[in-house]
Design a protein around this ligand. Sequence first.
Ligand code: FDA
Length: 317
Amino acid sequence: MLRRALLAAAASGQIREFVTTTPATRAVVDRYVAGESIGDAVRVARSLREGGLLVSLDYLGEDTTDSLQASAVATQYLQLLGKLAAEGLTEDGAVEVSVKPTAVGLLLGSGDAGVVTELGERTAAEHIERIAIAARDAGTTVTLDAEDHRTTVAVLRIAATLRSGFPWLGSVVQAGLRRTEADVRELAAPDVRVRLCKGAYAEPVSEAFTARHDVDKSFARCLRILLAGPGYPMIATHDPRLIAITRSLGLGRPPESFEYQMLYGVRPEEQRRLAGTGARVRVYLPYGDDWYGYLVRRLAERPANLAFFLRSLSSSS
Ligand code: FDA
């Protein structure tokens, strides 16, 4: 309930203005975000690599409704990939990129209903292809983040189409959505890269499970399908029980045939512990100045984070 209320309240322009202009917010942002520039992204990615972790870099931004902005986001990814390759960080996909389809134009022409139009899908697909070509040239991979359920069909379709030219283009599925178990059965195919997460968006009950334990049960079912299949599962969670299930189901597979994924700033000791056992562990590392939506989802995930944030605000005022 709190999570849904927070995600809904965060859409208010006044709250956004307050949070983004309050200096105390910075400390909380810094916990989850590498910094604003490509230089910051490369510096933090290098230090994570030195600690034995893999990285997926995300250039922050979403819900772009301007075609020039969509193009600028794609160009930013090309520059980032060029820099990562020049620094030797992309070898064998050690540092890859994650892309939010709405940041590269998926919602162009959508209006308030947020329904994906033909123009939006075509624009996003073109930009994602540009990014995929740059990633291939750099020797690394791309994963398409999952956003709210209104984008799911279009994004899975873009990934399925582009995968014929870029077989390593990864998809993300959200265990919270009722449709996901069926999607996972289709995606558990040879070499297909699939990230499984719980889902960070407020969704209607017609589309999504609302009780936490139903989301967790769906996650466990999807996990079993992916880890029994011939693809490359990427298990994105900080949940100790789901990590333990992954570990035990993963014992039947070579350690290089799947990976754990966690967010930068969340359970960093657990990231290092798992990597120390010989598992592949990838850290999702956002950078850029458009961090508002990302920060709100992180605060909504955990009441303790929100309490910490509110304490920071009150102690600074
Ligand atoms: P859960 O929220 O139950 O948390 C389990 C435990 O983890 C908590 O008890 C706490 O200890 C710790 N924890 C979790 N979140 C925390 C936080 N923010 N701060 C501090 N501690 C925290 N979602 C989506 O909709 N589309 C996407 O593309 C992605 N991509 C993605 C990539 C990666 C690598 C990860 C790890 C996650 C995503 N997500 C996502 C987000 C995901 O859907 C989910 O919202 C969060 O991972 C939180 O869910 P957990 O599985 O960690 O469980």
